[in-house]
Design a binder for this molecule. Structure first.
Ligand code: KG4
Ligand code: ZN
Length: 345
């Protein structure tokens, strides 16, 4: 099967063509157009995002088809992100996908953006297939999942307040770094002394036991406040910024790594798959590897596949197409909605 993927949930207009069946797939093209305009505002402005998607979506799809050397007639299905995200932004991709489906007769698949992130790593690491523990860390979500099979997701824990990426962005802003700040903060932290600022590890206590509410859960808003207080108290922020960044990153990555290690111990899985933009963070990948142990394979995508892209939407869409999970033309664009197949705790 050859499938076109479309992604417009936030500030990337992206299209991709993927071909294959089961877990044997080949990416034939991937176009990602990032909307740099939001940097000026220090965050994504929904109305501007929608308008930019609107002007870019057709050229981006055209280029993805051209790069793959196919026309619409060479496709078998169209997959599109329909939730969650900015509704106005999602609507652009959903409307484009519906228009193409209606005019060509190609069947439509609606993909949940976070399920896309779950599939993303397998595009680069063929062994990133279930069963595995998944840590999804993006700008909007932070979740720990037991993935026993594609389509079967047990939620283990989630953040109770800020997402990991949001915490990175806010800490970066406090340190005067540009938006989105995750990779700038990581670069700054490389020169930081880990002993200068030891922030608390949120939601991490020795007496936590499996079954406790907070055993897997996360929380980053207190850490953000700790960074704010450290910045305010610093007599020389230019000299301290790197040390604060390092202290923040160590606290966040070690907390995530410990929760992942707990999930590995409880389930016996030998693979950990990281997904979402924060999975680009090398300190996170090595902290998870260190805590999980050498018998566990920790698989992280490259930055292009970790951050929002349509290849992951095509990959998740292929799975649903093979299951016959077709969408009708009344497929809604929604901001919420849980991952299909996800069991709550
Ligand atoms: O998955 P993603 O591209 O978009 C969402 O679906 O949210 O994630 C974007 C997030 C941003 O918060 C960004 O700061 C963060 O990923 N990020 C990083 C790094 N690269 C991107 N955070 C920490 N370290 C990085 N190297
Ligand atoms: Zn995302």
């Amino acid at each position: 099967m050859r499938i076109l993927g479309i992604e417009t949930s936030c500030d990337e207009t992206s299209a991709a063509v993927l071909r294959g069946s089961g877990d044997a797939v080949q990416l034939e093209s991937l176009v990602i157009l990032s909307q740099d305009v939001h940097r000026i505002f220090g965050g994504v402005v929904p109305e501007i995002a929608s308008r930019q998607h609107l002007t870019s979506i057709i050229p981006v799809i055209d280029q993805a088809l051209g790069d793959a050397g196919v026309t619409l007639a060479g496709l078998d299905a169209i997959a599109v992100t329909h939730a969650p995200g900015l509704v106005g932004a999602l609507l652009v991709g959903v409307a484009a996908a519906k228009g193409l489906s209606l005019s060509t007769g190609l069947p439509l698949v609606g993909v949940h953006h976070l399920e896309g992130h779950l599939f993303a790593t397998s595009l680069e690491h063929p062994s990133a297939v279930p069963p595995f523990i998944a840590l999804l860390v993006s700008g909007g979500h932070t979740m720990l999942l037991d993935v026993s099979a594609w389509g079967r997701y047990q939620l283990l824990g989630a953040t109770r307040d800020d997402a990991a990426g949001e915490a990175f962005d806010k800490a970066a802003k406090l340190l005067g770094l540009p938006y989105p700040g995750g990779h700038h903060l990581e670069a700054l932290a490389r020169d930081g002394d880990p002993t200068r600022f030891r922030f608390t590890r949120p939601m991490l206590r020795r007496d936590q036991r499996l079954g406790d509410d907070d055993y897997y859960d996360l929380s980053f808003s207190g850490l953000k406040t700790a960074v704010m207080l450290a910045v305010k108290a610093s007599p020389n922020i230019a000299a301290d910024a790197a040390h604060i960044a390092r202290g923040f990153q160590d606290s966040l990555t070690e907390t995530l790594a410990e929760k992942v290690a707990r999930a590995v111990r409880a389930t016996g899985h030998t693979r950990v798959v990281l997904g979402g933009g924060v999975a680009c963070n090398r300190a996170l990948v090595s902290a998870v590897q260190q805590r999980a142990g050498s018998g566990v394979a920790v698989l992280a995508p490259s930055p292009r596949i970790a951050t929002d892209n349509a290849a992951m939407i095509a990959r998740a869409g292929l799975y649903h197409a093979e299951q016959g999970h077709w969408a009708s033309l009344d497929l809604p664009a929604t901001s919420g909605a849980t991952i299909p197949g996800m069991r709550p705790r």
